[in-house]
Design a protein around this ligand. Sequence first.
Ligand SMILES: [Zn+2]
Length: 227
Amino acid sequence: MRPIGYRYTTPDGAWLNLCRMCTLLAIRADFAAVLPPVDPEAATLTVEHLLEWLETTAPEADDRFGEIYPHTANHGEDQALICARCPTAIWSPPINVALLSNIANLIRTRPDLHDNQFWAARVKTGTASYTTYCVGGWAIVLSGGRFDWRRARCAVSHARRWHALTSSVVRPETLPDSERISLAAQRLLRVNTATARRLFNPAASSTDVLSIIEDILAAPAGAAGAP
Ligand SMILES: [Zn+2]
């Protein structure tokens, strides 16, 4: 299996998932006593080289300084694996293409039920009443989450002869870990924060949102993914 990072078991028993760069720094700092003087610019200064070198010249270093080995699996299903010492994502889950495509189809066929201005809004206009959702709201609803209308607020547009109850509260029993709706929606879609901001932008029209989704789905795998 292809390594996705390195696991460092320190002498005091902690184990850390580290990115390539932090592994390199960890080896150079923590194994300094057994390493030869290294030229930081050398092309051969890679984790693989250093591990090989330690293995052959200082096999006992493991016991004294800890152990570093390639980490090949990610155990958190939908969660990104973040380096323990820097913000680098060692591994990112793929975007939830199915959910994002379902939302795009919904907005395409029922643009009247999409409004990025509110997470969820129960609209009354004349005799019609319907519920709209923003992209994040749709992500919640299509994943089984329900909004809490007991804690809704009023929004009125006299010019459009329109009034609505808006909610940004998800009933927690319908969707665990939904305290913050933006984070819950981001987690469900498995997109990074920058992508979530684009998708949930309250000023984005249905047309804007559809082209943003097309952009995301066309991007190379992982480019818009978590974190
Ligand atoms: Zn790192």
